[in-house]
Design a protein around this ligand. Structure first.
Ligand code: IMP
Ligand code: MG
Length: 172
């Protein structure tokens, strides 16, 4: 695949997830937590992360759309699939694949806040700094990168590449 350049190998990903899982497990030792995965990109990260946690957790999922069919944010965000559990007065962690402009997560945080959980924290596998428009406090970060469009490990370009085991820079 000549247009793909390796960014994170399977073992890089595994190591980062183990660190995240350790930290989350220790922070939430004595509380009940609901993880809310952001579909579709975070699905693979979510499933790897939860299986490394040493605490019991509950799952929910939300789907927000922010991208059209190219590598630039459309700027318009909609909730395509709402959460279905009762998160009132519960500890919530939003699990996202990648934060780019921050607009999607900003919107999702407001959406989740409207259900009045006890706390909301953010876990993102990749914090991509270059195009940030909205300042988001990310409590748990797997990896920080400056720029570039990434695919694989759940991340897509026009729905392609999601099932790759590693993360690649997509040359455009
Ligand atoms: P944001 O609203 O610009 O922060 O974008 C958030 C969403 O855009 C992420 O949840 C991803 O689904 C998608 N996205 C942002 N950057 C990338 C990338 O480099 N590769 C694939 N998807 C991306
Ligand atoms: Mg996403």
């Amino acid at each position: 695949m000549p247009n793909l350049i390796l960014c994170l190998s399977e073992s890089d990903i595994k190591n980062k997830i183990e660190l995240l899982a350790k930290k989350i497990s220790s922070d939430y030792q004595n509380s009940e937590v609901i993880l809310i995965g952001v579909l579709k990109g975070a699905v693979i990260f979510f499933s790897d992360l939860v299986r490394k946690l040493s605490i019991p957790v509950k799952f929910d999922f939300v789907c927000a759309s922010s991208y059209g069919s190219n590598t630039f944010s459309s700027g318009k965000i909609n909730i395509i699939k709402p959460i279905t559990s009762n998160i009132y007065n519960k500890e919530v962690i939003i699990v996202e694949d990648i934060v780019d402009t921050g607009l999607t997560l900003g919107y999702l945080i407001d959406y989740i806040k409207s259900f009045e959980p006890k706390s909301i924290k953010i876990c993102a596998f990749i914090d991509k700094k270059e195009r940030r428009e909205q300042n988001i406090i990310i409590d748990y970060i797997g990896v920080t990168i400056d720029s570039g469009f990434l695919v694989g490990y759940g991340l897509d370009c026009d729905e392609e590449y999601r099932a790759l085991k590693e993360i690649f820079y997509l040359k455009t």
